[in-house]
Design a protein around this ligand. Sequence first.
Ligand code: PEP
Length: 249
Amino acid sequence: MARQFFVGGNFKMNGSLASIKKIIDDLNNANLDGKTEVVVAPPALYLLSVQKLLNAPAQVSAQNAFTEASGAFTGEISPNQLKDADVHWVILGHSERRALFGDSDKLVADKVKAAVGAGLSVIACIGETLEERENGTTKQVVERQLDAIANVIQPEDWKKIVIAYEPVWAIGTGKVATVQQAQDTHADIRAWLEKKISKEAAETTRIIYGGSVNAKNAPELAGAPDIDGFLVGGASLKPEFIDICRVKA
Ligand code: PEP
C-alpha cells in the first residue's frame, strides 16, 4: 500500500492574526490537490480562526496537548477539547517541548496515549541531539523514544500516528541532515516498527523528516524511499511552504 505523502507546517510561537491569515489565504489560493496530506499547526490561540479560514483538504493541528481530559491544569489544552473543537491532529514530543518544557519520554508517551484515546491523530516527534549523533547513539535514542510510546499504546494505535524524525541539531539551524543520514534513520525506524509492532505498521506508518527543510532541499529528501513527508518549521511561515507541499506533484 502506498503511503500518502504528508507535509506538516509547525508555526511554533510565531505570527499574528494578520500574518497567519495571509499564510492561510496563500495556502487556499494554491488549490492543493489533496495528493499530499497537508496539516498546519498555528499557536493554540489561532487554532479556531485558522480552522475556519483553511480550505479542505488541508487540516489544522495543535502543537501540544495534555494527558488529562479536563481538570485543574492551568494553561493546558486537553485532547478531548481539541476533538470537541474539530481539531483532529496534534504534534507531540517536539524537541522544543522536550528540551524547554520538560516533556520526558514518559510524558510524551502518556500524551500520545491520551490523544489517540480521544480519537486524535498524532505527529509524534523523535530525534537525537548533536552530541548523541556524534557519539553514535542515534538509533538507540530514537528507539528509546519509540519504545516509551509503544509501552503505553495498543498496536492498532499506530494507524493514528505519523512519526516525525527530527534530529535536534537540524531544527531551526539551517543545518539539514543529508539524504543518506535521514534515509538511514528512517529505515531504522521502519525496521523498529516491523520488529516491535507489525509488518503492517512498518509498511503503512508515515515517517516524515523535520529539520531545516526548505523548497530547495525538499525534492532530494522526498526522493528517499523511507521519507514519507516533512515537518516544516521556519519555511512553513514563508511562501515556499507551498512548493514543499507540492514536492510530490
Ligand atoms: C520543526 O519545528 O519541527 C522544524 C523542523 O523546524 P525547522 O524546519 O525550522 O528546522
